[in-house]
Design a protein around this ligand. Structure first.
Ligand SMILES: Cc1cc2nc3c(=O)[nH]c(=O)nc-3n(C[C@H](O)[C@H](O)[C@H](O)COP(=O)(O)OP(=O)(O)OC[C@H]3O[C@@H](n4cnc5c(N)ncnc54)[C@H](O)[C@@H]3O)c2cc1C
Length: 512
């Protein structure tokens, strides 16, 4: 096949780019944590041979509390168990069982990663009669709080383990399901020792993906916005660019989010009215923000002062599970939470390519942010939000305000503007149980196909969902190959691959 990738921005990557936000300081502006990428795709595209290097974080998590106690979660379960024992001996004993729960949950979902998603019923039936049946039931009907209450007694331990459900919004039944997929993906990458911070930030990954695509003969064009998808007789025929150029194709794949794709790129007349209504009603309520700080040093944590492994960890700030619920309710009510749940990362501790010597890049991930505010309303909150986040960290690391030399707040409107994600939704649509598996993004529009023949979705709005995993793109491509009856592709070779010449008589990039 001849493949053409069209990107509206100045570089490929969307929510997975590295940007020099201040001179000399390079940030993973949206995604930073390389934990979900499927190793098979990594191998297929020879990303390691092409130069991907990942710094492993150990301990993965440092959790200081307001009373100066702290909990370190280590890569080694036994070491974590000992750390938990300082809070509760009973919880330390429960920890191996809790880890086993997630290991089994990961096994349950692992078979469904690189293929079309099952329905909930199929998933349950597959687990029936196996030791995993109870786990499947808990994932579908349970909540984060119920699960943690079942295993642990210490509110600190629950808060710390509760925040490892990154981007885990709402405590509704079924919200554990997403984490089973995340657990399945991160177990695979972790087993390969390749989970952590990519050298050069997350943009290094997407630049290598571009390189792999071009080596295999694909063409990539940046600064090329697509204005619309051309449809005739119920079939996608190509795209129209913003400059009026029309490019014909046998198949069109959109990694723009589903709502954008079906409301802005496909004309309404090509979609059934009921489908259009469902698209408008897609659940897209989860909002996050990141505060990127250039710093002249490292935070001095009151709970664990001085140097040490805490600086390379994801530092969590959250006193209790109630804080998570409160932050969610306040953000849903349209305002910035008083005490959002924070996660600080400092990739420059590992990676000397991202900050000047002796200086650091610290990104603060805050859950949750209000979405859908009018730009002026968001703008009016920016400075106060920046100051409040820095002050919140200062309660745990008093030197923090003094070391921040520059700060940039990246909230839902900025995420939407930079990565094109509607409402700044990092997963394109929320990862709620009604929008997962064979219902992602919508029933009748799952498994990468859409109501328009020849038009496919290939981004986070598809199974298995958000995250830098490569999986939706892989699965969408396989679906196209099957639908168009294309022979098995030849395997890619590493960097020596050369672009395939265009077949005679076909101009460059006229057909996809
Ligand atoms: C703040 C934030 C933090 C995150 N943290 C992590 C993390 O630590 N780890 C992790 O694994 N995941 C993380 N994620 C999630 C992850 O980044 C996304 O799920 C993933 O990058 C989405 O990739 P995608 O290809 O599905 O879509 P996108 O990244 O949305 O890519 C879509 C691309 O299409 C382009 N596009 C859209 N419309 C058009 C058009 N009309 N014409 C041409 N081009 C167009 C966009 O510019 C964009 O480049 C985070 C996301 C955010 C927002």
């Amino acid at each position: 096949m001849r493949v053409l990738a069209l990107e509206q921005g100045p570089k490929v990557g969307g929510a997975a780019t590295t940007d020099e936000l201040f001179p000399g300081y390079h940030f993973s502006t949206c995604a930073h944590s390389f934990v979900l990428f499927h190793p098979q795709i990594l191998d297929d595209l020879h990303l390691v041979e092409r130069g991907l290097r990942v710094f492993r974080r150990d301990p993965p998590q440092f959790h200081p509390f307001a009373d100066d106690q702290y909990l370190l979660l280590w890569g080694d379960a036994e070491r974590t168990r000992e750390a938990i024992a300082r809070f509760s001996r009973r919880d330390a004993d429960a920890y191996p069982r809790y880890i086993a729960f997630w290991r089994r949950a990961a096994q349950l979902f692992d078979p469904y990663l690189l293929k079309a998603p099952p329905t909930l019923g199929e998933l349950l039936r597959a687990a029936e009669g196996t030791p995993n049946a109870a786990i499947a039931h808990t994932l579908i009907t349970g909540t984060r709080r119920q699960l943690l209450d079942e295993y642990f007694e210490s509110p600190r331990v629950k808060a710390s383990l509760g925040t490892t459900f990154d981007a885990g919004y709402t405590d509704n039944a079924g919200s554990l399901l997403y984490f089973a997929f995340a657990a399945a993906l991160s177990a695979r990458l972790g087993d390969r020792g390749l989970a952590g911070f990519p050298r050069g930030g997350m943009g290094a990954v997407t630049q290598l993906l571009r390189q792999a695509a071009e080596s295999a003969g694909a063409e990539v064009r940046v600064r090329t916005p697509v204005a619309g998808i051309q449809v005739a007789d119920g079939r996608a025929r190509g795209v129209a660019l913003a400059d009026g150029t029309v490019i014909s194709a046998r198949a069109v794949l959109s990694s723009a989010d589903p709502q954008f794709t079906f409301t802005r790129l496909v004309a309404a007349e090509h979609l059934p009215a009921a489908f259009r209504q469902s698209v408008r009603r897609l659940r897209m309520n989860a909002g996050y923000l990141k505060l990127h700080c250039a710093t002249t040093g490292l935070p001095d944590w009151r709970a664990l002062p001085g140097g040490g492994p805490q600086h390379g960890a994801n530092v969590r700030i959250c006193e209790s599970l109630d804080d998570i619920d409160r932050a969610w309710s306040q953000a849903r009510a349209g305002r910035m939470p008083e005490s959002p749940v924070l996660g600080l990362v400092c990739p420059s501790v590992y990676d000397n390519s991202v900050a000047p010597a002796g200086h650091h890049t610290i990104s603060i991930w805050a859950e949750y942010a209000p979405v859908g505010l009018a730009p002026a309303d968001w703008e009016s909150q920016r400075d106060a939000t920046t100051d409040a986040l820095i002050a919140q960290v200062a309660r745990y690391a008093p030197n923090f305000p003094d070391i921040v030399s520059a700060a940039y707040l990246h909230g839902p409107p900025e995420i939407e503007a930079r990565a094109g994600m509607t409402r700044g939704n990092m997963h394109h649509v929320d990862m709620t149980i009604d929008q997962m598996l064979a219902a992602r993004p919508l029933p009748g529009c799952a498994a990468y196909r859409t109501p328009v023949d020849g038009l496919y979705l290939c981004g986070s709005g598809c199974h298995p969902g958000g995250g830098v995993s490569g999986v939706p793109g892989h699965n969408a491509a396989q679906t196209v190959i099957r639908d168009l009856d294309i022979p098995e592709p030849r395997p890619l070779r590493a960097s020596r691959d050369r672009a395939r010449p265009a077949p005679p008589g076909v101009g460059p990039a006229r057909s996809l």
